[in-house]
Design a protein around this ligand. Structure first.
Ligand code: ADE
Ligand code: ZN
Length: 331
């Protein structure tokens, strides 16, 4: 058994994965044709090419635009969980970002019901579980963010189909030029409905913005949190309070171009500082990644052994939003 195979088989959880970023290129093409959308290329090997975070986000949005309704979301949810299960993922809290679809007139109830139905079918087949986090798309501003969480709360109150899968609320998309504090009302409203809270920050914004997401917005986790290492005092605080970071090292190389190689990534510094730094893929289909390779490449780049990687996987369990019984079942 090679280390790569052992880490592929190792039961793992994932807390930073965008369901739209898991879409198989063949599915993107099929849905685009069905809805009469033109892709920049029909060469599936070239579909996912970009040179910067902004170019990546443009393709991400294009992929999102192929999701035309409930059945498309169900297919995506199903394929996403089946694909991840093939690389040892046993549990996920997975993002979906419906701003574009809601603006285009889709109903949040259909999106949630579709995703939940597809995930349930994949769970029954593979045993791999997935819950959902509804992400605010920062590029749309605070108004649509508040609208999203208000509608989520209404779905929860009315017990809408699939809404029990949505554990929490987060935010993603562009960080530059966006003040995280402007989403305070949306976060307060989400908390009022009982949703758990996380947020993307520090992918390419300073550590002060990370602190705001925790202190002003009340986030329990930070997605990426890469720039945290630039503020040693904040690192100590996050380590002491065990505030989880959902780190995506290969994504930071391939999407954000934050470092030339994986070896230059601060992941080992984060671990050595005692941070609860979990490992995740972010957008595996769009970056040609899977969670097994994420673990293996990190082990190889930093000289971690199998036991070290088991420790990282267990930290992932600690960082989930499961109750103690749920966590114990995964350990
Ligand atoms: N949405 C999907 N992937 C993302 C990333 N890496 N950064 C911000 N928003 C995203
Ligand atoms: Zn992300």
């Amino acid at each position: 058994l090679t280390l790569a195979t052992a880490l592929d088989l190792l039961p793992k959880v994932e807390l930073h994965c965008h369901v739209e970023g898991t879409m198989r290129p063949g599915t993107v093409l099929e849905l685009a044709r069905r809805h009469g959308l033109t892709l920049p290329t029909e060469n599936l090997d070239e579909l996912y090419s970009y040179g910067s975070l902004n170019e990546f986000l443009a393709i991400f949005w294009l992929v999102q635009s192929t999701l035309g309704g409930r059945d498309d979301w169900a297919r995506l949810g199903y394929e996403s969980v089946v694909d991840a299960a093939g690389h040892g993922r046993v549990y996920a809290e997975m993002f979906f970002t419906p701003a574009r679809h809601l603006e285009a007139g889709q109903r949040l109830a259909d999106i949630v019901a579709g995703l939940a139905a597809g995930i349930a079918a994949a769970e029954a087949e593979t045993g791999s579980k997935a819950m959902l986090i509804a992400d605010i798309d920062r590029a749309f501003g605070p108004g649509p963010g508040l609208q999203l969480v208000t509608e989520l709360g209404e779905l929860r109150r009315s017990g809408a189909p699939g809404i029990e899968r949505v554990l929490g609320v987060g935010m993603d998309s562009t960080e530059l030029g966006v003040d995280p504090k402007s989403f305070a009302e949306a976060y307060r409203t989400a908390a009022g409905f009982g949703f758990r809270l996380t947020g993307h920050q520090g992918e390419n914004s300073p550590p002060s913005a990370i602190a705001e997401v925790v202190d002003v917005l009340g986030a329990e986790r930070i997605d990426h949190g890469l720039s945290l290492v630039d503020d040693p005092a904040l690192v100590r605080r996050f380590a002491t309070e065990r505030i989880p970071l959902t780190v995506c090292p290969n994504s930071n190389i391939r999407i954000a171009n934050a470092f030339p190689t994986l070896a230059a990534h601060p992941y080992p510094k984060m671990r050595e500082a005692g941070l609860l730094a979990t490992l995740n893929t972010d957008d595996p289909a769009m970056t040609d990644l899977d969670l097994g390779y994420e673990y293996f490449s990190v082990a190889e780049a930093f000289g971690y052994r199998f036991d070290d990687m088991v420790g990282i996987a267990l930290d992932g369990v600690e960082a989930t939003w499961l109750d103690e019984t749920g966590k114990r079942d995964l350990r």
